[in-house]
Ligand binder design. Structure first.
Ligand code: SAM
Length: 322
């Protein structure tokens, strides 16, 4: 196991495989953010990183993220190199869902276990306002393809923004209940183009839950485990049940239990989501894999892992993938 200087064990690796994304979400991606394709890690290098963490440090949970992972044409190959020989690990992916209609079955066949799909609205004009393009139908097709491919449990992540999509909580809950999938509400973080107006749009989990009360009869807390989300099995007033969760980076941060380490698509090491990278793994990967160097670079980065994330972020989400 790997430990940081606060003695938190690192059991969860997040690999951002690209900065490219089909969307330009106002809370995420700076308008002028460029995609850097120079020096991007290859599928073999991602495989090497994953194998190192699994074999040398007992990591059992890996998430592929971005940008949007589906923006990389070699995604199935990346999944395959990570999964090969490690069918027991929890290999998950975060995506906007736009390309899953086409890719879900291939990703599953390559070794992906499950997906989280970001979806903030079912309303096409809100989707366009938030992301710069239309796409609700395509994301729904992606969600249904993920369910059909058994990339389970399929989870939806909705960033809730006051005055933008907070009127659409009921339709999102209904959608999740219809498909029997989990819906998690994420508190808006002050990152990306919406950061200057963050206070205006921030909705804490407590207020989101209050808005949901008229729809619900009961909330049964589910075991939290190592998840960053607090989950509930909820009985709706119409008798249906649904699993809902809250991810609360702002109102109740979970840094004390942080078990994550993030690697960017160019090999930068981000010990904290909202802070600057603390080194790069490249010298341990090129010209060839050097496990001792790898561990020295990791130790240096982990020594700089903060006790808590700062409240105004340095990082660009599209570089490190949430
Ligand atoms: N493109 C993939 C996706 O859509 O899931 C992976 C990367 S995206 C940066 C990861 C997650 O971060 C998404 O659920 C997104 O909604 C969330 N996110 C981005 N900016 C955020 C912000 N300012 N506050 C809260 N969540 C944010």
């Amino acid at each position: 196991m790997l430990y940081d200087r606060m003695n938190r064990s690192i059991g969860y690796l997040r690999l951002s495989i690209t900065q490219a994304c089909q969307l330009r979400c106002i809370y995420c991606r700076p308008a002028l953010h460029q995609n850097h394709t120079d020096g991007m890690l290859t599928p073999a290098e991602f495989g090497q990183i994953a194998h190192h963490f699994i074999l040398h440090h007992g990591v059992q949970k890996i998430r592929i993220t971005g940008g949007d992972p589906t923006a990389r044409g070699d995604l199935p190959e990346i999944i395959g190199t990570i999964a090969t020989g490690h069918s027991d690990i929890d290999l998950a992916m975060s995506t906007n869902g736009l390309a899953l209609g086409r890719l879900a079955a291939t990703c599953k066949a390559s070794g992906l276990k499950r997906v989280n799909i970001s979806m903030d609205t079912l309303d096409e004009s809100t989707f366009e306002r938030l992301s710069g393009r239309r796409g609700v139908g395509q994301v729904i097709a992606g969600i249904d393809a993920a369910i059909a491919a058994n990339l389970a449990p399929v989870k939806l992540n909705m960033v809730v923004m006051r005055g933008i999509n907070d009127g659409q909580l009921a339709s999102m809950v209904d959608f999740a209940a219809q498909r029997n999938i989990t819906l998690r509400f994420i508190e808006l973080m002050p990152m990306g183009p919406l950061a200057p107006n963050w206070h205006q749009h921030y909705a804490p989990a407590a207020s989101i839950r209050r808005s949901l009360e008229p729809l619900t009869l009961s909330w049964r807390p589910l075991e939290q485990g190592a998840e960053s989300s607090r989950n509930f099995r909820v009985v709706l007033r119409d008798g249906r049940e649904v699993s809902l969760g809250f991810i609360t980076p702002m109102s109740c941060n979970f840094c004390g239990n942080c078990n994550r380490l993030r690697i960017s698509c160019t090999g930068d090491i981000f010990p904290c989501l909202m802070n600057r990278p603390r080194g790069t793994l490249l010298p341990a990967l090129r010209p060839k894999y050097d496990p001792l160097r790898f561990d020295a670079l990791l130790a240096e980065a982990l020594a700089a892992k903060e006790a808590e994330h700062p409240h105004d972020g340095f990082a660009v989400m599209t570089s490190i993938g949430g």
